[in-house]
Design a protein around this ligand. Structure first.
Ligand code: CP
Length: 296
């Protein structure tokens, strides 16, 4: 594995390898030393979970990590990102973790012949892909259910602007899960084959094993959003949450919008912090696999 760009490019075998390696890291039965590897975190959009867990993962596998701060970098003086990364390569970086609002940038960069000695890991690209979130969601669910085949997941809310939804749908399809999306037309986006679409919460929640509300991605929406209407139709409450359903959320949560605050105190919501915790092991596994395959 040279890069991790999206879920589509991963085989089921690679996804399972990441799962088992992450599990070994979690149990403490795998240790890694990548003392010769130099990893740079390049986040052009804000992050708490992804950035911090990549940092912790890099430390735990004993790689050298560097934080590229876009605002205080020479990008603010007009340097193009291509030239910036070219210089980071020259300095000796081996792996770039990139979060960017552009859907395609990381794919374009990974194809440049100049960067043949560097690996790219997608930490979130525009509205299209967030593969490590999908891998950690898969990890969290597989640990909980063991076998995901035939399990029903309902993704609720702003699917159109969510990169998490796109990558999760890819991985849930590979796991042969039943996938439902519940939203209004403006938040639904392009229909994806193999996904069932709902406008009614009651129908979408019926016999669902997993409920996953998403934050409204205000930063990617130009139209005025009617929050009261949204809350009335789609907010998760103690009353509408199926009794035995596992509640997931990629974060950040906007309390009392997509989910009522008191729901976060219920047993159903325990999984949400497990997602964040598991993100470290999954990112250790991804970095370890890439660095090992590249000889670091
Ligand atoms: N889930 C997720 O990507 O969270 P952050 O934006 O905090 O990294």
């Amino acid at each position: 594995m040279k890069h991790l760009l999206d879920i589509k490019s991963l085989s089921n075998d690679e996804i399972n390898q990441i799962y088992f390696r992450a599990n070994e890291f979690e149990k403490g039965i795998r240790k890694s030393n990548h003392l010769n590897a130099h990893i740079v975190n390049m986040f052009f959009e804000n992050s708490t979970r992804t950035k911090m867990s990549f940092e912790m993962a890099s430390n735990k596998i004993h790689a050298n990590k560097y934080d590229f701060c876009a605002n205080s970098s020479s990008i603010s003086k007009g340097e193009e990102i291509f030239d910036t990364i070219n210089n980071l390569c020259a300095i000796g970086m081996n792996l770039v973790i990139l979060r960017h609002s552009d859907d395609d940038l990381i794919f374009e960069l990974s194809k440049k012949k100049y960067f043949q000695d560097i690996s790219f890991v997608n930490a979130g690209s525009g509205k299209s892909a967030h593969p490590t979130q999908a891998l950690l969601d898969f990890y969290t669910l597989k640990k909980h259910f063991m076998d995901l085949k035939g399990k029903t997941v309902t993704i609720v809310g702003d699917i159109a602007h969510s990169r998490v939804a796109k990558s999760d749908i890819e991985i849930f399809k590979k796991a042969n899960m039943n996938i439902r999306c519940l939203s209004d037309d403006i938040f639904m986006g392009e229909k994806i084959e193999g996904v069932e679409y709902f406008n009614s919460l009651k129908e979408a929640f019926e016999e669902a094993d997993i409920i996953m509300p998403l934050r409204i991605q205000k930063e990617r929406i130009e139209e005025k959003i009617n929050f009261s209407e949204y809350i009335e139709k789609f907010q998760i409450t103690k009353e509408n949450l199926p009794y035995a359903a596992v509640l997931m959320h990629p974060g950040p949560i906007n309390r009392d919008i997509e989910i009522r605050s008191d729901v976060l105190e219920t047993q159903n919501a325990r999984t949400i912090l497990n997602q964040a915790r598991n993100g470290v092991f999954v990112r250790m596994a991804v970095l370890d696999m890439i660095l090992s395959s590249q000889g670091y």
